[in-house]
Design a protein around this ligand. Structure first.
Ligand code: HEC
Ligand code: HEC
Length: 271
């Protein structure tokens, strides 16, 4: 596989995503965060690069296949589990209390570790509910991250990259520009140099994460950020990092920071 000479191609249209006949409007373009000035002219939602049928599904919560999993996540939120006899709601009350959480994840915790939303969920389950940790890529975990993400829909992504987050961010940035695999391609080769181009049957986006977890039509399932990273690295015929690894947390932070300013779309629909 070879890529043509560098060509950043803006999408044909940059309409907002109008959800449920206007109940909510999500902008699909944002101005470039400071750390990407001169690198990307503007930020574009991945939604703009999808075909019109896929786009339409995301404009109506009844048509969006990811919303069923949001409902399942909310059921789980209210369900008692573990030896402490508690549910998430016992302490956090309604799931609306999670508004804003998705926009700031991943984030450095009080102990100086970089944590994804999955880590916060499992920490509460294990330490506060005395329940089992959920599998990173299991349905219950994805349903919960989906239910929590929807609470922030429309809020601009705003991950911190300074202070204690800085070394993790630098690590993620190095990964983003590292060429992997037999194809010797870095994330940047596809999502920075070639967005708007077609690669086989795929219309390349800027590879933002504001739509995660996404419902992928191809897999007929919710897909987490780390699973998507794994798939992209595999496509370069490289060995990949495990989901929930420190490497993918750092990459998650860096990729999220490239989308700072784009509204949270999760649960988005992608092909
Ligand atoms: C026994 C009480 C308790 C239970 C039960 C509990 N949590 Fe928590 N949770 C907390 C506390 C306390 C914090 C830390 C709040 C803080 O530091 O601001 C927290 C933090 C979080 C955070 C990070 C939020 C943020 O803004 O930093 C998430 C996400 C979260 N909990 C999800 C869950 C989920 C999902 C469940 C159920 C599976 C759950 N929690 C169950 C007490 C609880
Ligand atoms: C060979 C080209 C290629 C490389 C290299 C690549 N990707 Fe992708 N990526 C794709 C394609 C194709 C898609 C699906 C279409 C799209 O959304 O761009 C995709 C999708 C994504 C998405 C989903 C975007 C959305 O809106 O749903 C994310 C996030 C992503 N890639 C991140 C990465 C990261 C991080 C790396 C580096 C570890 C990477 N990609 C490397 C080709 C690539």
């Amino acid at each position: 596989m070879s890529l043509p000479a560098m060509a950043q191609t803006a999408p044909d249209a940059t309409d907002p995503i109008i959800i449920n006949d206007g109940e909510l409007q999500l902008e699909t373009v944002a101005s470039t965060p400071e750390h990407l000035e001169g690198v990307l002219p503007e930020l574009y939602s991945g939604w703009l690069f999808r075909d019109s049928e896929t786009q339409a599904m995301q404009t109506d919560d009844f048509e969006n296949p990811g919303m069923i999993f949001v409902d399942q996540g909310i059921d789980d939120w209210n369900m008692v589990d573990g030896n402490a006899g508690k549910s998430c709601a016992s302490c956090h009350e309604g799931i609306e209390s999670m508004k804003g959480v998705r926009a700031s994840m991943p984030r450095v915790n009080g102990d100086g570790q970089l944590w994804s939303m999955e880590d916060y969920i499992n920490d509460c389950r294990v330490e506060r509910m005395q329940a089992e940790a959920l599998d990173w890529n299991g349905d219950r975990m994805k349903n919960m991250t989906a239910a929590i993400s929807v609470q922030s829909r429309g809020m601009p992504m705003d991950v911190a990259i300074d202070g204690p987050a800085r070394p993790f961010w630098e690590q993620g940035k190095d990964m983003y520009y590292t060429r992997y695999g037999q194809l010797e391609l870095a994330c940047a080769n596809c999502h920075e140099d070639h967005y708007g181009d077609w690669i086989r049957a795929d219309h390349l986006s800027q590879g933002h994460t504001n739509g995660f977890p996404v419902y992928r039509l191809k897999q007929a399932a919710l897909v987490s950020q780390h699973n998507r990273f794994r798939g992209c690295i595999r496509d370069t015929r490289a060995e990949t990092f495990p989901m929930g690894s420190d490497e993918f947390r750092a990459l998650e932070l860096y990729v999220a920071s490239r989308g700072n300013g784009l509204p949270v779309e999760g649960v988005s629909v992608r092909h």
